[in-house]
Design a protein. Sequence first.
Lengths: 420, 100
Amino acid sequence: MTELFLLVGTLAVISAVFMLLSDNAVHSALFLVGTMVAIALMFLLLNAPFLALIQITVYAGAIMVLFLFVIMLLGAERTDISALIGSDKRKFRWYIPVAAVAVGILFFVVAVGVYNSGIAGRDIPAADPLARVMHVAQDVGTVDIFAGETQIADDLMFGEASDFVTLPAGESSLLFTTESGEQFTAIVALEGNSAATIVAHGAGAPTLSVVPTDLSTVNEYRSGRTVVFNAYDGVDAIQLIDIGTPADENDDFVLIDSVAAGSFSEPLTLEEEPRVNWLFVDAAETNDILTRLEDYEVLRDESTLVVIAPAPVGDGTTRVAPFVTSVEARPAFGSPRAIGYELFITYMLPMQLLALLLLAAMVGAIVLTRREWDKVRDKVGVRRRVSRPLPQVIAAQVGDHDGVDAPQLPGGEGSTAAGD
Amino acid sequence: MIPTEMAVLLSVVLFVLGTLGVLFKRNAILVFMSVELMLNATNLALVAFAQQWGEETGHLFVFFIITVAAAEVAVGLALIVAIFRTKKSINIDELHQLEG
């Protein structure tokens, strides 16, 4: 990686130097394209693929084409390098050595500053953990949940999960208030730089289990991530079987061998699929079907948590049921999606202002290069010449500056022009 | 992962080369190209720091800088064309109209 960096960096610097030394402006522009492409490669190496593409299309493409176009339009290919190498016919320019020394000092100061700043060894502080609560606790109805001052959930229904909130790293005390006003307190420990789902389960005072929830990008092609948490203690462990389509009995296969009560499985990475049928069975006695998940959709780039828990049926008894909650995985660092989220959520207004700026620049460029200004200047000149003898006025209007003798000029047009 | 200080050093080298171009070049278009080189150097530093901190804000700023550079090039080159039309020259030594 570092070798590649050195290679690309050398390419960028050499291109830039040749851009400065080249005595043909077109060559300079092409060397600048080389530098731009090298910088785009550098962006790729620095985990910024989106910017690398933008760099190529906008800089190496659009902007450099504009440069080349103007150079060729003005016929300004030939430039002088005499000022740089010193063989100038004009008198000695005292500011050249001064500028060279100043630039050298600039480079030295910044280089020393970079090395002494300790950029390399700086530790980035761990981000506070993200957490949400999934409520599958028995006999408490809806709950309000607070962690200190932070409200995690308001009237959270059975089988549902709250949104993610930021909690301090380390131990947090969660206060559950049930519908009937009963209060429970439970303590969870969370690590920094992580995200977790706190599953409240069990009868009576809820037991809290922390299930790590991986929000990072799913690297596998069009896949989602699924974790199964077993909150049912009626059997020792449960097994997850994908039964495919119910018509075909030969396509069953075991996805998760066994998940003990109160624990969670390893994350499964599954390709997106519109309809899956899953069976949750007793791991010891696989013919004993506990519950099933039918027509379930596996979504790509989602982190899904399936909680198997006893749910109240109504007449006081319970039945085991799966509770599914999904959250979108975070897009990869520097990817177009990640930039898009930032752009449209945090930087919407600056982006709109920039769009206006681009529009203004476009209009400005058109106005500046309009030929109309030349005509306006000519008209001003004609007005001034009206007090002169008639043949000259006619000559100016017709555009014939040499022949000012009246007989040769078209009389009809001349008389109307002279009238104003 | 590329060491941030190396990327920043490269960015400094490119920035200094751009500065040299702005100071020594007499052709207005080449001065302009050197300014572009300086902008690119700052972009490189921003991307390097964004990687260091794991923050995408740096990428957003680079995106904005590229947009502003595009606008600036459009207006600047239009100015150069307009100046060339009146002065028949784009040598910046001959373009001192505001000299007192």
